[in-house]
Design a protein around this ligand. Structure first.
Ligand SMILES: [Zn+2]
Length: 463
């Protein structure tokens, strides 16, 4: 008999990891990093709850760090199998994993130099060399529903999830007696968002695992472009900086694309836009390549002679020195820097200077998980700890909710309506408890399917 166990994204939005076992073969679906609350982050440092060397393969739904950021550590623990993912995801992982490693190395180094660490010396969870080893294991598969052999007696089918370029929903099938199928939604995209295609309808499955990040919310009706226009014009009038915490891959490109459009339409002044990330330039190039997940609008934009992902006055920083020089630029400007939830990375150096300044606009464009600095600021905390220092929050705070790459609860129901038959059981993951419970209630009410919210470490038999 096969089984499925939940080792992350259970009652939380980070650390996605699901283990499927079938006749001795094991496959892990997603290998995410825990972020936010300390007790969650500590799991990244503990021994994995199952033997990494005994896992035959990893399947990755999409490149975001909460789905992939544990991979190099998992390789350190002895995993040697293939890592299956779409072409788009592979392209992004090549940028993301070394970037994540470098940020951790920079942070450990900073903590050691400034003696702000409880563990001496502060260590990175993994290094760039570990990330490079991990990249060697990647095996690219089509994102169009073809059957792929994953491990002995386990196959998978990847289909577009419309969340970020390359994102997949994955149907995993076990051969065992009886044969069973489990559909992992991965993170689901919204319908009609810029650059990428809509999620495709879910295939039939015995068991269904659905994300619930926005299980208790509907997106803000203000479209991201008008919101961005309003915020940039406001800041330009005041002559103040806008700091946008965002990861180097995905959201940053979407923001650049919209700023460029607003500049071309002359609805905002042309401001210096600083993309402060070691890998940002590489990520922007990867994003400008045509892939099967891009929608028609974006394909036509890419065909234009000027680069659509460059604003008129853009500064990209790849080294730490360039990043430092950036702090000398004054006046109205836009700074985009990782990490997106202010849990680490260079955004913290900017935040240290800019968060206490009433002239700054801090603009959130993505989900802020509980326990992260981003969430604390968004929740109205008056003072936050950044790189070991308490700083007063005096800046203006803005959020563009509709920028989210996640479907809200109504869009998840819209996606689920496309499933050909009712699953035997549905599990809500990748949501904080209130969001996951709310999504479960929406599904029970709409479809009357048996639906539950699993807990960390829960194991179910695929009967
Ligand atoms: Zn995601």
């Amino acid at each position: 008999m096969s089984s499925l166990s939940f080792w992350g994204a259970a009652g939380t939005v980070t650390g996605s990891k699901y283990l499927i076992e079938s006749d001795g073969a094991r496959a892990l679906i997603d290998c995410g990093l825990f972020q936010g609350q300390r007790e969650l982050r500590e799991r990244n440092w503990q021994e994995p709850p199952f033997n990494a060397a005994a896992v035959g393969a990893v399947i990755i739904t999409h490149a975001h760090i909460d789905h992939t950021g544990y991979l190099p550590r998992f390789v350190r623990h002895g995993f040697r199998g293939p890592v299956f993912c779409s072409r788009g995801t592979a392209d992004r992982l090549k940028i993301l994993l070394p970037d994540a490693a470098r940020l951790q190395e920079e942070e450990a180094d900073y903590r050691n130099r400034h003696k702000i660490t409880k563990h001496l010396p502060a260590l990175p969870l993994y290094t760039e060399a570990d990330a490079r080893e991990t990249l060697k294991l990647i095996s690219v598969v089509p994102n169009d529903g073809q059957v792929v052999n994953i491990a002995k007696g386990i196959t998978a089918e990847f289909r577009i999830a419309g969340h970020i370029l390359g994102s997949s929903q994955v149907l995993v099938r076990t051969d065992g007696q009886p044969s069973r199928s489990v559909l992992f939604s991965g993170d689901l995209g919204k319908y009609d968002q810029p650059i990428i295609r809509d999620p495709v309808a879910p295939p039939a499955c015995d068991y269904l695992i659905v994300e619930s990040t926005y299980g208790n919310r509907l997106h803000d009706p203000e479209d991201p472009k008008s919101a961005l226009k309003r915020i940039i014009n406001d800041a330009a009038q005041r002559g103040g900086p806008i700091l946008i915490p965002a990861f180097a891959v995905g959201r940053s490109q979407e923001i650049l694309y919209l700023i460029r459009e607003l500049e071309d339409q002359k609805t905002i002044p042309i401001l210096p836009v600083c993309l402060d990330s070691p890998m940002a330039a590489a990520a922007t190039v990867a994003y400008a390549k045509r892939t099967e997940e891009q929608d028609e609008d974006y394909a036509s934009v890419l065909a234009r002679p000027q680069h659509p992902l460059r604003t008129h006055k853009m500064i990209a920083c790849s080294s730490r020195e360039e990043s430092k020089r950036l702090s000398e630029v004054k006046g109205a400007r836009v700074i985009i820097s990782a990490s997106g939830m202010m849990t680490g990375g260079r955004v913290l150096h900017h935040a240290l200077r800019l968060v206490p300044d009433p002239n700054t606009t801090l603009l959130f464009v993505g989900y802020q998980a509980a326990g992260t600095t981003g969430r604390r600021i968004l929740d109205g905390q008056q003072e936050v700890k950044i790189m070991g220092q308490w700083v007063p929050v005096r800046c203006r705070i803005e959020r563009i909710g509709s920028f989210s790459a996640h479907a809200d609860w109504r869009e998840i129901l819209q996606w689920l309506k496309g499933i050909p038959t009712a699953p035997r059981q549905t599990f809500l993951t990748h949501g904080e408890p209130a969001a996951a419970e709310a999504m479960a209630a929406h599904i029970r009410e709409t479809f009357a399917w048996p639906t539950t919210v699993p807990i960390y470490g829960q194991r179910i038999e695929l009967k």
